[in-house]
Design a protein around this ligand. Sequence first.
Ligand code: ADP
Length: 307
Amino acid sequence: MEEIRVFCPATIANISCGFDVLGVALDAVGDEMVVRKTHEKGIRITKLEGQDLPLETKKNVAGVAGLAFLEKADYNGGFEIEIYKKIKAGSGIGSSAASSTGAVWAMNYLLGNPFSKTDLVKFAMEGEKLASGVAHADNVAPALFGAFTLVRSYTPLDIIPIKNPSELFATVIHPQIEIKTADSRKILKTNISLENGIKQWGNVGGLIAGLFTEDYDLIGRSLEDHIIEPIRSILIPGFDDVKKEALSAGAMGCGISGSGPSIFAFSKGKQTADIVADAIKKTYQNIGIDFDIHVSKINSEGIKIIK
Ligand code: ADP
């Protein structure tokens, strides 16, 4: 095969207590990419529609991740990439991760899958480093593995795939304000108290147990963040209101998606997720900030081939 078209899912990272370690792939929103083998060496981004982003290989995360892949691949040719963006850059739902994972997943497929998914996570993390200054894996891992993923360790990289409870739905609202990932990292403290650490790792354990056993109450109780959310939520106008509305409308939990400004809520069943969407819209309609809203089931496969 010489060419492939793929769907690259949006992802929610930093899931409440799981800063930098827990992420999940979405189904209703994602980019499309076409990747083509070429005789000419190197990576060329030949088309980019939907967002104003650089075509230059070293300035685009797809190019940077692709170069990391090529450096390790036993292959004499190169690749051409077309990117059709549906996920807005800087939205907090893994716009950069969709492009970097889509590129390396498709290249790997076209060469007969010589690399493991964990290898692909490493290549894609080079793209994340370009986007935010930090090579975090909690968006790229779920995009590649599907469903939820836990980054148990960064050195060495150890990704634990976690299946999704079948009735879990996400509602994501993206207020149209810009927060750069790099800026929202700068305001974080580098030390945490033991008291908060205890609460946080209790919740991470509870969340993982709840996901594996499909215990929706336990998932809800564990969707708490005592460390990052109190600091970062200050950058998102209306955050406290959205969270209050989401929980009163029946959501199990609600938090900042990635580094914001998107906010996610998890619900049991699509009907509740739709009711939550209606409830949280009102906050931004009242403040007068434009927004996008998505209700999505969890994407259990990650990147997939489309015709
Ligand atoms: P998100 O959380 O939505 O991924 P980030 O702030 O992490 O947003 O990443 C967006 C940054 O990455 C922007 O500065 C953007 O210019 C840069 N970037 C480079 N290439 C791409 C790409 N192909 N898709 C999205 N963002 C890209």
